[in-house]
Design a protein. Sequence first.
Length: 239
Amino acid sequence: MTTGLRQFTRTVAQLGWCDTALYWLARRMAHASAGRWTIYRYRYVAQYLGDTCLPGRRGADIDIRFHDAQAPLPGCPRPAPVIAARHAQGAQCLAAWRQRHLAGMLWLIDHGYQEDEVRARYRLASPHACWDFDVWVHPDERLGLTFARLWDTARQHLRARGVRWSCSRISAFNPASLRAHAALGIVPLGSALFVRCGSWQWMFASMAPRFHLSRSPASFPLMTFDTGALAGPPAKELP
């Protein structure tokens, strides 16, 4: 079996036939158009913020704190304009530091989030929900407790404010992220497919509005997620 065939077979096993086909099409489109055309496929999920916490003093050498929007964030893999735009819409960055080096981060925002990968806005209908996004852990820290400490700190912070559900979007082309979220326990909220061709963007979604065409940055779909009807810890599985 050739290397390419083995890679294709492994991708099908991880993503399924439909998402594998979209993944390979997205790669070919991006390559042929120098990045001007591409496809994004998302799954939207909610995670119940339970009482379980990291036991004992595990990971105590990792310093977790909210980043000051006015201060630099050395080691952050995101461009400065993206960081500034996130803070401008009210997002908070929870950063993990080990020996003064950035070990990881995750972002939290109330009410809703203006997506910075595609043109879309997410709105939360319940005051007891928040949006988490862009969870990143330094490659050298991915086998340690950085992610667990980050999420444990975020969970405690949110529960103290009365938040019981955290919503997020996952790339359907990222099997590691899908597995990580499934292990935490999630409830599916829907899915969407975005096709970008230059300045044009098409969206096809399982929730309203099911279709949207955008021709400029000022045009984007508003997608509402309501966790008000959800109750209790969900099963640990993806649809």
